[in-house]
Design a protein around this ligand. Structure first.
Ligand code: HEC
Length: 165
């Protein structure tokens, strides 16, 4: 009967809700702590995936796509064999690599996208630049793996360009 009373009904619900909130806050705190303790041994926080260009970070099919794009967009300056020409530098071997050791693949993709082709930069998609960089890695002797180099700046920044140990 008192629940039918509109005002009492509201108060009763508010009191029940407030009581429930306090209970669930108190209960929540302990259950979060115990869940963390229980989960800790099985699920340690995953370390960020740091890799190098020696870990097979692109696929052969992607390098083939990248070569096509290179032939269309880059070869007229950097040469069919990536050896450079006139004022365009080579994109293979030590002359190229020495400037990139210790840097990451994401930076190479982003710099290419921002500055190339030098006579009209900014119109190539990041995906295309990612594929071309897969081809550059291939041409520089870094091994292909099973999966594509994903067009994701954060993931690409985890991949270091390293000299062979
Ligand atoms: C019109 C000529 C031209 C075209 C086309 C061109 N480049 Fe370049 N590229 C240059 C020149 C000139 C430089 C050196 C000056 C500079 O870095 O801006 C250069 C530098 C570079 C560098 C830096 C080299 C280093 O030693 O660090 C990369 C990487 C590069 N180009 C990649 C590409 C890729 C990939 C393409 C195709 C998408 C491309 N370029 C298209 C002229 C060109």
């Amino acid at each position: 009967m008192f629940l039918r009373h509109p005002r009492l009904g509201v108060y009763a619900c508010a009191a029940l809700a407030a009581g429930g909130l306090i209970l669930s806050l108190a209960g929540g705190a302990t259950s979060v702590a115990s869940a963390a303790e229980a989960a800790a041994p099985e699920a340690p926080a995953p370390a960020p995936e740091a890799r190098s260009v020696w870990d097979g970070v692109y696929s052969a099919a992607q390098a083939a796509r990248g070569k096509k794009a290179y032939d269309t967009e880059c070869a007229r300056c950097h040469g069919d064999a990536l050896l450079g020409g006139e004022d365009s530098p080579p994109l293979v071997d030590q002359e190229f690599l020495k400037g990139w050791y210790g840097k990451n693949v994401g930076r190479l993709v982003d710099q290419t996208r921002r500055t190339m082709p030098s006579d009209g930069p900014g119109r190539l998609s990041r995906q295309l630049c990612t594929d071309v960089v897969a081809y550059l890695l291939n041409a520089n002797g870094f091994p292909a793996g099973k999966a594509d180099l994903v067009n994701d700046a954060t993931a690409q920044k985890q991949i270091t360009i390293e000299a062979k140990k």
